[in-house]
Design a protein around this ligand. Structure first.
Ligand code: IMP
Ligand code: MG
Length: 177
């Protein structure tokens, strides 16, 4: 990690604009459905979830789930591992999984299956970023903030080996592993 800040891929103001649009869209889609459980995927989605949830206008509650799919840096460890499950009951409730980024899709596919076993009324998925060209599994993503290319991004919750998670914008780094 050099001292140079990562080059900007998506600016703070572009993120803010898009997150507001998503919040309005989701609020409209769920307005007649009762309360919505937003399930944020730790750690990466914590910033996106905070901004998205505060701009929504429907009744909503927050849960977190934690998985581990990468050992460190950008190399995949293969299997997805559940590190922390939701605490509250989601049975019979509408669930929206909130992810920072969908790359191969393995993590989201695993999460959908895992949360399905809690018997929610419905499950939809929302991701800030989507690496469309990297998909390895077929999954429906209901809400996508931005589609990006196959590059490693950091900031706004996303990290590279725990670095740059708190950058206010999305930047790019060149992984060394
Ligand atoms: P997938 O299972 O390959 O879709 O990977 C999803 C997870 O990998 C995300 O939730 C992130 O934690 C991580 N990830 C994938 N690409 C990036 C990236 O460019 N920057 C930071 N994290 C990433
Ligand atoms: Mg993630």
């Amino acid at each position: 990690m050099s001292g140079k800040p990562p080059p900007v891929l998506i600016s703070e103001s572009d993120i803010e604009k898009r997150v507001t649009e998503l919040a309005i869209q989701i609020s409209g889609d769920y307005q007649d459905k009762g309360d919505l459980v937003l399930v944020g995927v730790l750690k990466g989605a914590f910033v996106f979830l905070a901004d998205l949830s505060r701009r929504m206008t429907i009744p909503r509650t927050i849960e977190f789930i934690a998985v581990s799919s990468y050992q460190s840096g950008s190399l995949s460890s293969g299997a997805v591992r559940l590190v922390m499950d939701v605490r509250g009951s989601i049975e019979g409730r509408h669930v929206l999984i909130v992810e920072d980024i969908v790359d191969t899709g393995h993590t989201l596919k695993y999460l959908i299956g895992m949360l399905q076993s809690h018997r929610p009324a419905s499950i939809r998925t929302c991701t800030l970023l989507h690496k469309a060209d990297s998909a390895e599994v077929d999954i429906d993503i209901d809400y996508i903030g931005f589609s990006i290319g196959d590059e490693w991004v950091v900031g706004y919750g996303l990290d590279y080996a725990e670095h740059d998670r708190t950058l206010p914008y999305i930047g790019t780094v060149t992984p060394t592993d």
